[in-house]
Ligand binder design. Sequence first.
Ligand code: HEC
Ligand code: HEC
Length: 322
Amino acid sequence: MAGAVAEDVPIEELKARYRRPATLPFPKGNPYSEAKAELGKLLFFDPRLSGSGMLSCASCHNPALGWTDGLPRGMGHGMRELRRRTPTVMDMAFGAAFMWDGRAVSLEQQALLPITSPDEMNMPVERLEATVRAIDGYRPYFAAAFPEGGIDAETIALALATYERTLVSGPAPFDRWIEGDETAIPEAAKRGFALFNTKARCAKCHAGWRLTDDSFHDIGLPGPDLGRGEHVPASVTIMQRAFKTPTLRNVTRGGPYMHDGSMADLDAVLDHYEDDDLVRRPSLSPEMRPVDLLAEEREALVAFLETLESAPQEVTLPVLPR
Ligand code: HEC
Ligand code: HEC
């Protein structure tokens, strides 16, 4: 199962598992170029990509709110409440599957889902292409980013995905500690890190530098959403009601938490992991065993999570082409 972390792993070996990668990965089919990232940024902030002309990607993935919206559930076309919470788009370059249920296999494929969804940006592909083509100011940007390609859904998706891959969380105090600076984080946080990897069992799923295994688990939340189960046969019991393990970087900036925004703060989250009131059903992850934490152990865990917070990055809003 997910990277069993033994109680007796030497601390240096454990820390090595959380080291940030040195390079930013781009796929062969969509290599980085500055022109593509620049175009992608314009598109990300452009509400003209929506049917109402009022919603851009950034309306929900707002850089000032950690690239999410601070709401329990996303708010879509015509103020419609979506069924799931808006996740951050930070550190997506390193992701394996996208959406809470992993239904998008790449950022390129993901990008067109919110645009065309009637509940979100409500913009059919043909209208999207016609709209962007009709904006003269976009032409030089597309020509620079795609000398061989035109203005269509594919190049729009390639540019959006390239921009998203550049959104990487800044180094946090935790990273400085991993790199050897013992003064970078308080002693309580070091105890919290040890607990995270042992008694509290969090690292069974929240492992690696982004604190996620990129896999899907049913952690016993109530609610009708089947999550990953919507995309695999019902016979794959373990994937029913399973959702993607979210990153814990910057998690202390604030909730609400979980795919359904059902938990207001970290206290509620820890209560859930400590509790027996999680829903027991055949799909429940075998790693979900109630943990009993002392008050100071909870504090230590939160002190550790706080060290994953990095300074907010300045994002200058682009001047949109006309
Ligand atoms: C109306 C709000 C809204 C808008 C507009 C929106 N998103 Fe999202 N985004 C969401 C929600 C909600 C989810 C989770 C959906 C799910 O899991 O079913 C999501 C998921 C994502 C994810 C997956 C994150 C992960 O952890 O897997 C990415 C990437 C993303 N959006 C990028 C974009 C891009 C690019 C745009 C613009 C083209 C966009 N979003 C527009 C609300 C929005
Ligand atoms: C069995 C795997 C597993 C274990 C063990 C686990 N988590 Fe999670 N965690 C998840 C999954 C999956 C979600 C998302 C669930 C959902 O939304 O339905 C999640 C959500 C969270 C969230 C909410 C993040 C957000 O952005 O919404 C926090 C915080 C969190 N976990 C912390 C912890 C801590 C602390 C521990 C240890 C006490 C822990 N987790 C143990 C898999 C796990």
